[in-house]
Ligand binder design. Structure first.
Ligand code: PMP
Length: 453
């Protein structure tokens, strides 16, 4: 048996996989990646793929940036670990916190570090509850998220996530969580309804929900500026200002989960800038370190930070924190990653290469299988439908998407199928000619899948 066969056998035998159909993994085996270079990854057989999803929406600077490796090595040799509990700190975490606050133009005031986006959102839930306890409003605890939203998988963040598969079998969501309508005009808009009228309706629904629950019980509203894992849903232009105005009216905190959209994905450093969101909390991860190391950050504005700092809780301290909160090696890698993003103009590249991606994908809009093409900057989705005029989904849902993903993988392109939407989220370093190659491979894969559907 070859080494590769042994690896595949051992993977199936010894590793329980995330988000994987276990019987199918046993039957078909894993695709094991061995190395990366720029926008490409190579499996153990040596086959090259364009990583059209940046791994998990995350590898901004590509798969072979030596400056990040060097930053990690330098920090490992200097101080490999130190924490941020009980008045201790370390140099990279301080510099990173300052850098992140600077990137928001001072709109946010302080950063708290975690290992993952899920932990960051769990931290925000606890901070929101703690904030209202500190203000003497113990009833104000409910958090409104959205259907199809994705905020992670730990107990509180999976509750915020608005996907059935993260709830039903896990006895979730928690009772304090509500889910509002998804701002997906193509699927949720009424016949003849404009995007603006749709956004007005969603804001009115949010207000009705807050009034029904009781404004004294609703603490916060959370959303991704552009939804990612729920199918790349780009909201109408007026959606965020309208939703935010309703939140302000009822003293409901606004949480922008920028785990995917942060650090240039939409062609702005943060998508909050794009949509005029003035969040009380921001969640950052993934492109923060290009996922070379696990790290996430909760940013909070002065309004929140001043209350959390003033009130020290029953322990006499803020009773929350992770061993690796502010991990110096992860923070050093994040700082270097942000320097690379800034020095190489990768935010501007996301706008320019993104324009090519959006144009090339929209050229497929007349294809009989394509229902909608949507996206902004270097994030996009192509939604396939069985009947274009009636917008009828495939039965079973996801069948067409899975076929295209398989064809694309054969053709050297890794995509994500979200039901029948194909998601695109290539590294921010992608060049315009590479976008053309990616789009050519996708168009070919779509054609091949169409023939067999
Ligand atoms: N929020 C958003 C918007 C995400 O896309 C994700 C991960 N896909 C998370 C939170 C959770 O992050 P993690 O997987 O690091 O826990």
């Amino acid at each position: 048996m070859t080494t590769n066969e042994t690896l595949a056998r051992n993977d199936v035998a010894y590793q329980f996989h995330s988000y994987t159909n276990a019987p199918r993994l046993r039957e078909e085996g894993p695709c094991i990646m061995a190395r990366g270079n720029g926008i490409h990854v190579y499996d153990t057989e040596g086959k090259e793929y364009i990583e059209g999803m940046s791994g998990l929406w995350s590898v901004a600077v590509g798969f072979s940036e030596p400056r990040l490796a060097e930053a990690a090595r330098r920090q490992m040799e200097c101080l490999p670990f130190y924490h941020t509990f009980s008045q201790k700190s370390n140099v990279p975490s301080i510099e990173l916190a300052e850098k992140l606050i600077g990137l928001t133009g001072g709109r946010m005031a302080q950063a708290f570090f975690t290992n993952s986006g899920s932990e960051a959102n769990d931290t925000i839930v606890k901070m929101v509850w703690y904030y209202n306890n500190a203000l003497g409003r113990p009833a104000k605890k409910k958090i409104i998220a959205r259907k199809r939203g994705y905020h992670g998988v730990t107990v509180a963040s999976a509750s915020l996530t608005g996907l059935e598969g993260n709830h039903r079998s896990f006895d979730l969501p928690l009772p304090q969580i509500r889910h509002a309508r998804c701002p997906h005009w193509y699927r949720e808009g009424l016949p003849g309804e404009t995007e603006t009228a749709f956004a007005d309706r969603l804001a009115a629904e949010l207000e009705a929900l807050i009034l029904e629950e009781g404004p004294d019980t609703v603490a916060a509203f959370i959303g991704e500026p552009v939804m990612g894992a729920g199918g790349v849903v780009v909201p109408p232009a007026t959606y965020w200002p309208k939703m935010q105005a309703v939140c302000r009216k009822y003293d409901v905190l606004v949480i922008a989960d920028e785990v995917i959209t942060g650090f240039g994905r939409t062609g702005k450093m943060f998508a909050s800038e794009l949509y005029g969101i003035e969040p009380d909390f921001m969640t950052l991860s993934k492109q923060l370190t290009s996922s070379y190391l696990p790290l996430a950050a909760v940013l909070m504005n002065e309004r929140v930070a001043s209350v959390l700092a003033r009130h020290s809780g029953e322990l006499g301290t803020f009773g929350h924190g992770y061993t690796a909160s502010g991990h110096p090696v992860a923070a050093a890698v994040a700082l270097e990653n942000i320097r690379v993003i800034e020095e190489r103009g990768l935010v501007a590249n996301a706008a320019a290469a993104g324009a090519v991606l959006q144009r090339r994908l929209r050229e497929l809009a007349d294809h009989p299988l394509v229902g909608e093409v949507r996206g902004v900057g270097l994030i996009a989705a192509v939604e396939l439908v069985a009947d274009k005029a009636a917008r009828t989904p495939f039965d079973p849902l996801g069948k067409a998407g899975a076929q295209v993903v398989r064809r694309a993988q054969d053709n050297g392109l890794i995509l994500r199928g979200i039901q029948d939407s194909l998601a695109f989220c290539p590294p921010l370093i992608i060049t315009e000619p590479q976008v053309e190659t990616l789009a050519d491979r996708f168009a070919q894969s779509l054609e091949e899948a169409a023939r067999s559907l």
